[in-house]
Design a protein around this ligand. Structure first.
Ligand code: HEC
Length: 122
């Protein structure tokens, strides 16, 4: 196959094959990395017991991850602001039920969760 592609007269085929290989490997890389990042954030919200009050698609005690994503994705809220809001807790933004402060969550983890929410909580 490679030998055939390298024959003089068909160099464009070799280029195309190289480009296709490159595009394929970039695609594979992206799809390998992206779920890993989402899985890491899902592991964090389990570890910090956020899931006791937040579920993927349904409002329980707190709003759903999807609901939070819909409210803030594409807004000018930054990951830093949302992370600060996670750590401070709060009340009145979604309803009367308060969210207790989550000061035990390290800044870096709060920011990963916030970014995952801003990216759509997939
Ligand atoms: C005891 C229940 C409870 C726990 C535990 C909890 N939350 Fe919440 N969360 C809430 C409630 C209730 C609200 C809505 C507060 C409001 O209306 O302002 C909320 C709101 C939020 C919001 C939206 C904040 C905003 O500014 O709009 C985010 C993001 C969030 N929670 C993330 C988390 C994360 C991450 C954790 C774990 C580290 C967590 N929550 C743990 C109950 C909880």
């Amino acid at each position: 196959m490679n030998q055939y592609l390298k024959l003089p007269g068909v160099p464009h085929l070799a280029h195309r094959a190289m480009l296709a290989t490159l595009v394929l490997s970039l695609g594979t890389l992206a799809s390998a990395l992206w779920p890993a990042q989402a899985a890491a954030s899902q592991a964090l919200v389990q570890r910090y017991a956020c899931v006791g009050c937040h579920q993927a698609n349904a409002q329980v005690v707190g709003p759903s991850w999807k609901g939070i994503a819909q409210k803030y994705a594409g807004s000018d809220t930054t990951a830093e602001q949302l992370a600060a809001s996670i750590k401070a807790g709060g009340t009145g933004k979604w309803g009367p039920m308060p969210m207790p402060a989550q000061a035990q969550v390290p800044d870096a983890d709060a920011k990963s969760i916030a970014q995952w929410l801003l990216d759509g909580a997939h």
